[in-house]
Design a binder for this molecule. Structure first.
Ligand code: APR
Length: 312
């Protein structure tokens, strides 16, 4: 694919800078623009990544700034601005602070790039995605959040470690919220095509599900300052890549659900086809009765929280 287009990353912290690096190393964009409120931070990271280009062999150019002018005309914008968790905090504890940041950032993003696809990663994810959607005034398909691919990657890693098999042989899935009402979907999990339920006892699968649900907190507890960013940035960058390449890849993302699974009007973790223009289609799969009930429960939990952020 020829190199073209601009992707912007707002927030040059751990999540933003690793996302910018991954996007640049794909070598499919002309420009990766990086913006942060801290003077020198996006500029310094952009310079540092640009200096890695001769070694890694990519031409995509990083531009860092405190001014949204560098983001003008972006095809895709990844919003990572906001505080991360500290040990013991839930993602919900970030709600008010990050709502202010995400609203402000979204307004500036939209003014500079009225045609962009927005990918939100700031936490609490489902609420911040709904807020960015409201603040942008964009069609719902052009605003989505990153969580499902990360949670699914964590689930896959947990299963692969448990069974001592390559991650590439494992398929897993999580839907629902990026939080307490995450819905791991054991019926969609397999290893080399064999159902996970045939390979592990139910209690062991439940243990892996619990570890997946707490996957972010496990990293936060170990790091003590800040939250995860390697796996999160890998997931966000893949979403941006699918948009850029118009691949139609089906991935679990936080998307606007309106009618699918019998759920009305809410941002929720589901599988969707991702391509130019963002979410092309929410993909429904057969769920067991208990998985569907859990997904509906998650929808109602995030619906209530998303209503709260409308006024923030
Ligand atoms: N505009 C631009 N950047 C901002 C703004 C703003 N209004 N407010 C804060 N930032 C920047 C900070 O200056 C900082 O550089 O956002 C960056 C956040 O970086 P980190 O503290 O390293 O946090 P990070 O690990 O990158 O997580 C960012 O992603 O996973 C979520 O929960 C996490 O909400 C958090 C977000």
């Amino acid at each position: 694919m020829t190199r073209s287009g601009k992707v912007s990353v707002i927030g040059a912290g751990f999540y933003g800078s690793t996302t910018a690096q991954r996007l640049a190393e794909y070598d499919i964009f002309d420009t990766v623009a990086l913006v942060d409120i801290i003077e020198g931070k996006p500029q310094g990271i952009a310079l540092d990544i640009n200096q890695s280009r001769p070694v890694e062999g990519f031409e995509t150019k990083l531009v860092g700034s405190n001014d949204y002018a560098v983001t003008e005309g972006s095809d895709i914008v990844v919003i990572t601005a906001g505080l991360p968790r500290k040990p013991g905090m839930s993602r919900m504890d970030l709600l008010e602070t990050n709502a202010q940041i995400v609203r402000d950032v979204t307004e500036k993003v939209v003014a500079a790039s009225p045609e962009a696809v927005i990918i939100v990663v700031s936490n609490p994810l489902d609420e911040m995605t709904a807020l960015a959607s409201l603040a942008s005034g964009f069609p719902k398909n052009r605003v989505m959040g990153q969580a499902g691919m990360l949670d699914t990657a964590r689930f896959t890693n947990n299963v692969a470690e448990e069974l001592g098999v390559p991650v590439g042989s494992v398929t897993t899935l999580t839907l629902g919220s990026h939080g307490d009402t995450m819905v791991p979907v054991p019926s969609a999990c397999s290893v080399d095509g064999k159902p996970l339920a045939d390979l592990l006892p139910a209690e062991k699968i439940e243990e892996l599900v619990t570890r997946t649900r707490n996957g972010g907190a496990e990293v936060v507890a170990l790091l003590k300052t800040g939250s995860a960013y390697y796996a999160p940035s890998a997931a966000a960058a893949r979403m941006a890549r699918a948009v850029r390449e118009d691949s139609g890849a089906v991935m679990p993302v936080c998307a606007w659900v309106d009618g699918e699974y019998g759920i009305d009007g809410v941002y929720l973790g589901v599988e969707a086809e991702i391509g130019a223009g963002g979410v092309k289609k929410v993909v429904e799969r057969d769920l067991t009765d208990s998985e569907l009930a859990a997904l509906k429960e998650a929808a109602e939990a995030v619906r209530a929280k998303q209503a709260d952020v409308a006024d923030m």
